[in-house]
Design a protein around this ligand. Structure first.
Ligand code: FES
Length: 75
């Protein structure tokens, strides 16, 4: 069984994941992944001009996000 996909939340930045996925728009059309990249950064600040991909705009707008994962609650 393969490992689950890991999406890494960069501190004050994008979501980064291995370039082994496809992403589609609300009509089901596929976005082209940037060629030659092993990792893809997806915008989570809302300011990229290349959505859904990060273009570095999060730095200019002072995007803040440093949430930490918490252990799942046990029943
Ligand atoms: S997270 Fe980088 S431009 Fe939005």
């Amino acid at each position: 069984m393969s490992e689950p996909l890991t999406i890494r939340c960069r501190e004050n930045g994008p979501l980064v994941l291995p370039a082994q996925f496809k992403i589609v728009d609300h009509q089901g059309n596929e976005f082209s992944l940037p060629p030659g990249k092993e990792l893809i950064a997806l915008c989570r600040c809302g300011h990229s001009q290349r959505k859904p991909f990060c273009d570095g705009a999060h730095k200019q707008v002072g995007f803040q996000a440093a949430e930490l994962a918490r252990p799942a609650a046990t029943a």
